[in-house]
Design a protein around this ligand. Structure first.
Ligand code: ROI
Length: 172
């Protein structure tokens, strides 16, 4: 990206949380290079990065296990500008959007939270749909933000306490 457009940025810095997931083409390398790429977006800086987690696929079972992580950033980008930048990184890392719902992917970058905002537009729903039921989202998030409150859903620690691990494990 060459310079920030005025309409892509907000006046104040916002803390946002991003969920990372991959189950194709060396998932650990995919997640690590996505982390570097996100930190290089103009108007974004990394505040915290979770451990990597190994997780069983949610959805169709005839796909490889996943690697998941969570990232906290500080950004002056609007939610939609951030989304576009994340989608560009997914595409650069070989993401092919297929017809099949919940199929395997090289890289999935989801905006989990954007400050304390609730956003529901055609391209973007924040907090991310399904956040409260997905162990591979909640546990990495809890590791980097144990006191977080999820707008509209409550205290993260309570959501974690109610969510079984479903085979999730922290990688060495
Ligand atoms: N399952 C796991 N374990 N981790 C993911 O990141 C993930 N992402 C998805 C679907 C296909 C729903 N399943 C997943 O998009």
């Amino acid at each position: 990206m060459i310079g920030l457009n005025m309409k892509d940025s907000v006046e104040t810095l916002v803390a946002a949380y991003i969920g990372l997931g991959s189950n194709l083409d060396n998932p650990v390398a995919q997640i690590n290079s996505a982390r570097t790429a996100i930190g290089s977006i103009e108007g974004v800086s990394e505040l915290a990065f979770s451990s990597l987690y190994h997780s069983l696929p949610m959805g169709p079972q005839d796909q490889p296990d996943y690697v998941n992580a969570a990232l906290c950033i500080e950004t002056c980008l609007t939610p939609l500008a951030l989304l576009r930048s994340l989608q560009a990184i997914e595409t650069m890392q070989g993401r092919v959007r297929k017809e099949e719902r919940w199929g395997a992917r090289t890289l999935d970058l989801d905006i989990l939270l954007y400050g304390d905002q609730e956003i529901d537009v055609s391209d973007l729903k924040v907090p991310h749909t399904g956040i409260s039921e997905r162990s591979f989202v909640l546990y990495p998030l809890f590791e980097i933000a144990p006191r977080l409150i999820i707008p509209g859903k409550g205290v993260l620690a309570d959501l974690v306490a109610k969510c079984p691990l479903n085979g999730l494990r922290q990688m060495a």
